[in-house]
Design a protein around this ligand. Structure first.
Ligand SMILES: [Zn+2]
Length: 68
């Protein structure tokens, strides 16, 4: 039996856990590429901050963006 550590991979059920790093609000998911119930490429958008957090290679980049 193979156990795959997928903690840092972007699965759909991760949406229940993650939130905006800035305001802790809900993030809207848009999927550009999905494989085996894992989002490979897409973005997470905070409706409050109007900031996009990219998902690249299955890993969401949730680093707060600096305000310009
Ligand atoms: Zn936010």
């Amino acid at each position: 039996m193979e156990i795959i550590a997928a903690v840092d991979r972007m699965k759909r059920n991760l949406m229940e856990i993650i939130c905006c790093p800035t305001c802790k609000g809900d993030l809207a998911l848009s999927v550009r590429k999905e494989e085996a119930n894992e989002i490979v490429q897409g973005s997470l958008t905070c409706g409050k901050c109007h900031v996009d957090y990219p998902i690249e290679e299955g890993i969401p980049n949730l680093l707060p963006k600096e305000k310009k």
